[in-house]
Design a protein. Structure first.
Length: 251
């Protein structure tokens, strides 16, 4: 299966990551070849990627009228991985495994935002369901500013079964859910082997997913709204995990 990735940062990061086959690089005719475009062309030449110039209208059609910034790439399908590879990568790094699990997140913008936050926070990988959920599509890659190309993502048939697999590997599972029994996120111990679960927009964590969590955590809500966007709440919690681990490493 082939896809069209669009946007300067997604295309550059795809070339840098080297995880996909780049079939051809597509440039809008007359685009300035300085700055990031020059860097993209240099990477493409190093990988012997075919470069083609197209009229901007043709590029609009190929990218579905998305904001392609004058550049796109025809690439192989996103390279999903396995949970075992995610855990192995974390263990090679010498830190306690840290995995983000997404419970049927539907919006590719939210998924892309969390992919970007996960990459920045040093998450070992992401687990998401293969059905009734956003996948790592070109729109999600664009929303992640290309960070998706550097993050290991496992697409699973059954999220609850994946949770049990992670438990069997020694991870504790923390569900991000604003319920009365949930602990304040800053008071929970998030320093050990951890799987953090973020629920879907609107409905949060599914009942079975919530029941399989070892504990629940929540963010303090001091204003007038009841909750934060899933991507924002997830990003804040990812950095709380990183903050706690940094302190633990220094003690």
């Amino acid at each position: 299966m082939r896809e069209i990735l669009y946007g300067r940062q997604p295309v550059r990061e795809t070339l840098r990551a080297g995880r996909r086959q780049i079939l051809r690089l597509l440039l809008a005719r007359g685009i300035s070849t300085t700055g990031i475009v020059a860097e993209i062309l240099s990477l493409a030449r190093a990988d012997r990627v075919l470069v083609q110039e197209l009229d901007r209208g043709e590029l609009d059609k190929l990218s579905g009228d998305a904001n392609h910034q004058g550049i796109a790439a025809e690439v192989s399908a996103y390279p999903y991985t396995e949970i075992a590879e995610i855990l192995e990568g974390g263990r090679r790094a010498g830190d306690a495994p840290f995995v983000l699990l997404l419970d049927h997140l539907l919006d590719p913008q939210n998924l892309g935002s969390l992919l970007r936050s996960a990459d920045a926070a040093g998450v070992d990988g992401i687990v998401l369901p293969g059905r009734r959920a956003a996948g790592v599509t070109p729109a999600a890659v664009r929303a992640s500013a290309g960070a998706a190309e550097h993050v290991l993502v496992a697409e699973v048939t059954n999220l609850v079964r994946a949770m049990e697999q992670l438990k069997g590997e020694g991870l504790w599972l923390a569900g991000l859910e604003a319920t009365p029994e949930a602990q304040d996120y800053s008071q929970a111990d998030l320093t050990g082997p951890l799987g953090l679960l973020v629920g879907s927009e609107g409905t949060g964590l599914a009942r079975l997913v919530k029941e399989r969590c070892d504990f629940l955590i929540k963010l303090p809500m001091l204003g007038h709204v009841e909750s934060l966007n899933a991507a924002v709440a997830g990003a804040i919690t990812l950095y709380e995990v990183r903050r706690q681990r940094s302190i633990a490493a220094q003690s």
